[in-house]
Every structure is written in C-alpha cells, then in structure tokens.
Design a protein around this ligand. Structure first.
Ligand code: SF4
Length: 351
C-alpha cells in the first residue's frame, strides 16, 4: 500500500477527513496533529514550519501536501480605503489579480479571479479587453485565498468573505470554481459560511441554474447593468446569445431552488443606463423575484473612456425609484479606485 493519497490536482486532500486520517495512521503520525494541520492551512494560513506539530508530521505533510500559494509580484495599497491589489504570478508565467478589501468594521473580503483574462467582452471592462488566456485550476483559485490570507494573518485579520468578482467569468470555468467553492465552505477546510461566498455571473442561464442546484446556500450574483435588450446588448455582448427573456426564465427557476435573495449588480453609466426609464425597466424585469440590488458607480479608467460614471444625483433618483417600488437597494462603495482595483478595472497590463 502506498503512502501517497489518490492523485488530486484540485487542492491537497487535507479537506477529506477520512483520507487524511488513513494517511496519518499509515505513517504512524499522531492523530492529534491532524486538527492543527488543517487549522494551520485553512484558518491560520500558516506554513508547516509555523505549526505546533511534531517534526515527523511537518516532514510528511511538506512532502505529500504542498500548500499552493502564488508569488506576489506586486502589491498596491490604496490610500483611500485600506484595500490592496495583489498581482500574482502563476507557475506558467501568467498574471492574475486579487483584491483585499478591509472594511472599517474589521470584516475582510477577498475578490478573487477565476480565469486569466476573460472569455467575455463586456465593453466597459478592462479585463474583457485583455482577451482570454486560460482557466485557473481549483488550486490556483484557492491559492489566492491562501496567499492573501497569509498577508492578512500578519495583520491579525482573516478573510471573512470571498467573492468571485475578479478577473474572468466564473461560470465559464464552472468545474474548477465549483470545486473551489466546495472546499471554501467545507467545515473541515476553509469553513466559510456559504452566505459569505458569492459567485457572480454575467448571466449564463444554464450554468447559473446548475450552480444554484448544487449550492443553494451560496450567494449568487448577476451582473445585469441593463434590463432591456437594446441597452444591454451593446454593453454586454452575451446578451445577444442569452437575451433577457431567457435570463428571466432561468431566474424564476433559480428562485425556486435558492434559499436567499439573488444579488443584482447594476453599474450605472452616465446617459447609458441611468435614466428614470431604465430604473422602471429594471422594476419590471425583477418583478416577483427576491433580489437585493447593488447600485455601483462606474469607475472610468481615463477621460477618453467611452463610458463615464453616472452623476450622484441620478444615482440617488435611480435608487429612490427602486425603493419606492419596494426593492432592497444598496449604493455600493467601490473599493480601490486609486489602484485600479474597482469593479471592471482588473487588467494587469503585461499578462
Ligand atoms: S465584466 Fe466580468 S464577464 Fe464581463 S468581460 Fe469583465 S470580467 Fe469578463
């Protein structure tokens, strides 16, 4: 019988309790070390050398369960709001971005990437302009959490929320993303509450439905940005393949499965989608669905950008209309505006 656990190119199988126990038994390692190892990797984001376990345990784990991390090539800290953008390097020389958002309340959110570049071409998005390089593996997705988690551990913090809103469309990399989510919410691994993990899609009906079926408690967000096809298609080309009627039909089915409201991301662009009429179309589109709408001010990359941020007064009026109709609405603060870490701005120039 071999000591090596079944091949797992997803993530070290530390999160599979029975297999880890068998490994410890075969190696005659103290079973009491198992909890410390898992806790060290997933909660405290430690290296094996930092863990209070025996030398034999450290040596065996180092050999069989290397903890995936990514090299931090660059770190930019916002002077505005205490967020940090990490430029991380993959083993094959590609670059991805992860954002740490430290809220004043002490809650920390990680915004992680699921692809290098993106398959979609949303016209306002810097990542979309990069083109698509490849999907990230489950290990690379989770390595972002471990790498950022180590930075946070040195500050006495830990990741409380993980949102898949970085580079890429998560549901175009569904298998790897779903495995990562399963490990994030696994009580013997990262042990995040499912309500603290959010997967955001630009609106892939079949994939969103499948995700909701597997993870009814994990938060699902839809980047909508317009509630009529004429406005949405030029902003999000996906709308030409899956129009709003198809999307709404899927949302109705998803609502029957899910146990919490659907998050609607709506970025407001000046004179594109921010009029009273646009707000009323949104009311109509979401009628009968349990949603929470996040209104997000657009962050223009520069003054030549064809999209410009909405005016504050228009955003307030947009919000008012939705609230008058009984919708839950939050105006979102956009983190990291001075370090191009805000929504739609993740695009390392050299990947
Ligand atoms: S907004 Fe999201 S789905 Fe659209 S191009 Fe950007 S990263 Fe891709």
């Amino acid at each position: 019988m071999t000591d090596v656990l079944p091949p797992n190119d997803l993530f070290p199988p530390l999160q599979i309790r029975d297999e880890l126990e068998r490994f410890f038994q075969r190696r005659k390692l103290p079973l009491g070390d198992m909890r410390a190892v898992r806790n060290g990797v997933f909660q405290l984001h430690q290296d094996y050398d930092q863990m209070e376990v025996g030398d034999a345990t450290k040596a065996a784990c180092k050999e069989h369960f290397p903890i995936p991390t990514l090299e931090v090539l660059e770190r930019q800290d916002s002077r505005l709001d205490n967020s940090s953008k990490l430029l991380l390097g993959t083993r094959d020389g590609l670059k991805i971005e992860t954002v740490i958002m430290r809220a004043g309340t002490g809650r920390t959110t990680l915004c992680i990437s699921s692809q290098v570049g993106c398959t979609e071409k949303c016209s306002f998005c810097s990542t979309g302009r990069l083109g698509f390089k490849r999907n990230l593996s489950t290990a690379e997705i989770l390595a972002q959490v471990v790498t950022a988690g180590r930075i946070l551990a040195s500050e006495g913090r830990r990741p409380r929320n993980v949102v898949f809103m970085g580079m890429g469309e998560p549901l175009r990399n569904q298998e790897a993303v779903e495995e990562a989510v399963a490990i994030l919410v696994n009580p013997v691994a990262f042990a995040l509450s499912p309500s603290r993990v959010t997967v955001s899609s630009l609106g892939l009906p079949k994939e969103m439905l499948a995700f909701a079926e597997r993870f009814p408690q994990v938060r699902l967000a839809l980047s909508l940005h317009a509630a009529d096809d004429e406005t949405r298609s030029p902003i999000m080309p996906i709308n030409q393949r899956h129009n709003l009627a198809e999307l709404r039909a899927a949302l109705v089915k998803i609502q029957e499965i899910r146990q919490s409201d659907l998050l609607i991301q709506f970025t407001l662009f000046r004179d594109r989608n921010d009029s009273e009429e646009h707000a009323l179309r949104l009311v109509e589109f979401l009628q009968g669905l349990d949603t929470h709408i996040n209104l997000i001010p657009y962050n223009a990359s520069d003054s030549r950008d064809v999209f410009q941020p909405t005016l504050h007064s228009r955003m307030l009026r947009f919000q008012e209309i939705l609230q008058e109709k009984g919708f839950k609405v939050t105006r979102r603060y956009s983190f990291g505006q001075d370090i191009a870490a805000a929504c739609g701005q993740l695009a390392n120039k050299s990947s």
